[in-house]
Design a protein around this ligand. Sequence first.
Ligand code: ZN
Length: 53
Amino acid sequence: MVKDLVCGMEVDEEKAPAKLEYKGKMYYFCAPVCKEPFEKEPEKYIKPHRRCC
Ligand SMILES: [Zn+2]
């Protein structure tokens, strides 16, 4: 299982309804609606922490 970085849900790689390769890594999403915002701003979701201070 991998995490859908947009909504935080656990997604099964083999059954993921949406996926996207970004910088050589595959990202999985629970639905195409979660893939859309990731496609637009991948860095926003990949970075584990919000910009601080
Ligand atoms: Zn999702």
